[in-house]
Design a protein around this ligand. Structure first.
Ligand code: HAM
Length: 419
């Protein structure tokens, strides 16, 4: 136990953390180009925020939250997602009073007590964006485009945008009633989970993976068939904007998101090759959420994407993340006087922002050169007793093996110029 991490969590080791940083840098670059600013909210919130925000009937709230009483007997929950927290911060910090739309992004860990499996963890990381203050369908298209642009910069291919509209407060009850009418005659044949959803959230019955239930719900009235005029027009415009910028999508009328706050646009991005957990991104519009948690009526839309799933997709598609070099220079010193000299040189070179390493294990020359090789150093600087006596060092280019002697007084300039 003491040496085992909790189920569904990960250690990110050196070698992996560089890759994560590369992805985070790409996120920051894309967001800055699209005009999104970073927000950081607490890792835990009052439990009620998620109950109200995510929805009482969702799997997340019913089964998956890490909820506990703090020492003051307040119920708090480790955030299972970012949207509710960002909405809370928007209201609490009165961001609605400033210029709109407010375009935000976040990167960080989320917690869900799920059954761990490939691509599904209990602590996982999301990159998400949220836009507040605009109902414009162009914003819906921008949000989807940003996600696709980000994936493309990483080199990912075969991404599929599944798009749907789940309607609004006006048209959703119409759809719900029609759906219940369609499903009711066979209700006793559905799985217990679906039966439990029939009254409260029959839409989720369309999402059931059970083949029997899927057969029974085949041909059920879809949300898009029941959209009011405003929602239908909005949906058409979102599609039009996506087409203008060449983002391909597939209308997926069975697409039901697992969170209750969505209105109008709902979407997921899939990479089929990564298997069961093929949704690498999910999002949509939530025009009632800010009001639901006590803020002024404000439209919102966003997405979140699973960062661990990016790695699964990169792996199946054979894409390598470019890594920074670990060292520019390796100082191979032999004997105490040379080690002293190397230590001084190392400090001087670091002041010039070169990546420098030296041996701390008193190894022989061969082992030190091997270490230089492992670090992919551009140069090894060999400081032996003979060289030192001549006031010089041997500089070896690690890729070609070419060597030359450089005077110690010229060495720093030589390495800085040739780095
Ligand atoms: P979500 O669909 O619950 O949406 O999660 C978004 C993405 O997070 C998923 O598509 C998946 O890639 C990743 N993800 C979810 N659960 C796990 C897990 N247990 N392990 C690994 N990855 C996971 C939301 O969270 C919404 N807040 C998205 C949103 C933002 N909607 C509007 N704004």
């Amino acid at each position: 136990m003491l040496t085992q991490r909790p189920k569904g969590t990960n250690d990110l080791l050196p070698g992996q953390t560089e890759k994560w940083r590369y992805i985070e840098n790409t996120i920051r670059q894309v967001c800055s180009e699209y005009g999104y600013q970073e927000i950081r909210t607490p890792i835990f919130e009052h439990t009620e925020l998620f109950q109200r925000g995510v929805g009482e009937t969702t799997d997340i709230v019913e089964k998956e939250m890490y909820t506990f009483l703090d020492k003051g007997y307040r119920s708090v929950t480790l955030r299972p997602e970012g949207t509710a927290s960002v909405c809370r911060a928007y209201v609490e910090n009165k961001l609605y009073a400033g210029p709109q739309p407010v375009k935000l992004y976040y990167v960080g860990p989320m917690f869900r007590y799920e059954r761990p499996q490939a691509g599904r963890f209990r602590q996982f990381n999301q990159f998400g964006i949220e836009v507040f203050g605009s109902t414009n369908p162009a914003v819906d298209a921008e949000v989807i485009t940003l996600a696709m642009d980000f994936y493309e910069r990483l080199g990912l291919k075969n991404l599929e945008v599944h798009l749907n509209s789940v309607g609004c407060r006006r048209c959703r009850p119409v759809h719900k009633a029609k759906l219940q009418e369609f499903l009711r005659p066979n209700l006793d044949k559905f799985c217990p989970n679906c039966q439990g959803r029939f009254e409260r959230n029959p839409l989720r019955m369309l999402d059931c993976k059970n083949p029997g239930c899927r057969e029974l719900s085949a041909g059920a009235p879809t949300t898009t068939q029941c959209l009011c005029e405003e929602c239908a027009e909005h949906f058409e415009q979102v599609k039009g904007y996506l087409e203008k910028v060449g983002v391909r999508y597939r209308v997926d009328e069975r697409l039901v998101r697992g969170l209750d706050y969505y209105t109008k646009t709902a979407f997921e991005i899939m990479v089929e090759e990564i298997g069961a957990q093929s949704a690498i991104c999910g999002g949509g519009r939530y025009d009632g959420l800010i009001e639901e948690i006590g803020g002024p009526a404000t439209p919102g839309i966003g997405f979140a994407l699973g960062m661990e799933r990016i790695f699964s997709a990169l792996a199946v598609q054979g894409i390598e993340i470019p890594l920074e070099t670990k060292a520019d220079v390796y100082l191979a010193a032999l004997g105490e006087p040379a080690v002293q000299e190397a230590f001084k040189l190392q400090a001087q070179l670091r002041k010039l922002h070169l990546k420098v390493e030296m041996d701390y294990l008193a190894r022989g020359l061969k082992a030190q050169l091997k270490a230089a090789d492992r670090l992919k150093a551009k140069y090894a600087v060999i400081l032996g007793e003979d060289e030192l006596a001549r006031g010089a060092a041997t500089v070896r280019r690690m890729d070609s093996g070419d060597q030359q002697e450089v005077k110690l007084i010229d060495l720093i300039d030589f390495l800085a110029v040739n780095k």
